[in-house]
Design a protein around this ligand. Sequence first.
Ligand SMILES: [Zn+2]
Ligand SMILES: [Zn+2]
Length: 499
Amino acid sequence: MFLKRSKKHVYLKNMAFSLVSKEDPQKSLDVVCKDKQEYEIWISALKYLIVAGPPPESSSSLPKLADLITPVETKTMRDNIHVANDVFMVGDGAWGQLGNGCDTFISEPVFIKSLLNAQVMQVVLGDKHTVAIDKDGDLWSCGYGGSGRLGVGHTAHSLVPIRVPCLEVIVSVSCGGMHSLAVSRSGGLFAWGSNLRGQLGIDHVGDVTTPCSVSISQVVAASAGAFHSFAIVNDKSLYSWGAGDYGTLGRNYLDDSLVPCLVRGLEDVSIIVSGSFHAVAVDTKGCLYTWGFGSSGCLGHGNFDICAVPKPVSWFKDMDAISVAAGVAHTVTVMRDRKTMESRVYSFGAINGPQSASRNVPVPTLMTQFRDENIRQVSCGAFHSAAITNSGDKIYIWDVAHELPLVINGLEGKVIRSVNCGGSHTCVMVAKEWLRDSETLSCMACLQDFTFVHRRHHCRRCGGIFCAKCTCRRHPLLYLGHIDPVRVCDPCFDHLVRE
Ligand SMILES: [Zn+2]
Ligand SMILES: [Zn+2]
């Protein structure tokens, strides 16, 4: 057998090869790889075999080629284009934080067309701004630009997401009130925006308008509050910095800190969630701790005191935390009972629902509205909260001041993957699928209305609907099983050429 690289299809260059039998040239095997990395593994292994010959039967030192290669997933493209998501936003858009090009309030979730091609993996919301990460680890932001919180080098507002210059591949991001934190693939931490109280952790105060490196390494997760920040590092210890009043830093003093310092008395931290002035942490055993400003009862300790060190919430001593969220003065958790394995939603702090006798409740209170629902994830905005069901078929949103959870309409039939609440806006991520005909009456590129002759065509990569002219280019999509070129829109074609 020998190696023959594909010349027939130029777009398969460095992606495919043929194995042809020396004895019988009619016998051949064409191999198309999922990506360049898989191709390189094949080529390296085949080159080795050509030089060294086949390994002896008993050899265990040579790794099996099959072990080096991850199987190509077969997906039904129409139902689930990729692991990427479609982004829907709802709520206050006064500063462009919805990313839909408008500055108005939206009462039903609206599809964010500007992120259609970006293959978005995560969206997080600040008080008046929004940051998204795409599949390549690039950052996009929109909304209020004051204090440089968009990270784009200036303080102007933006009604649509714009690219944030960051030199590293970003894997997760967290937005505080006016600043943001981004964790890179190599464990680095970047911060930008308001730095009034040292919340960027860069050893001085003063706003920063582009992502700058924080001197902490091996970061696995970060969470930003109103004027403070947290990071979990590789050994599962927790670091805090920024505004220290109210004991928010969890370090038993009330001074501000300009650089990350270890939070003592808390080990094996797996989750850190920052409210505006309080914090919620979960350790690897599932135990839940809170600390910070407790005047609303949002710490769940049975009082309204400030707590300057992490303290377990004794109410939850026989429960594991599944999902936790914190707002300005309230906390919402999904807890699973260790005996019955049943999950329940609890809230505490400023939760003046019709069922509550007083405005501020200092102990975890069961949200009976969810008694018959299996809730997977909760999120808190400044004064509102949201929850999604385990199956992803429903999303509830409620205002902590006076409303019961209500199912949000407009996402029927979609698979909801996650929800994230900001100051007064909410982002819902749903599994990416082909847009439905009813979702756009005009081409998403040239905006001309569809007619009997000006017909609809789906871009096979992003699932958007375009006219024939705006999807005239073709490209293979190997991860979806399209070896031959298929119809893609112009922005997707540009993405594919760059990849
Ligand atoms: Zn068009
Ligand atoms: Zn497309």
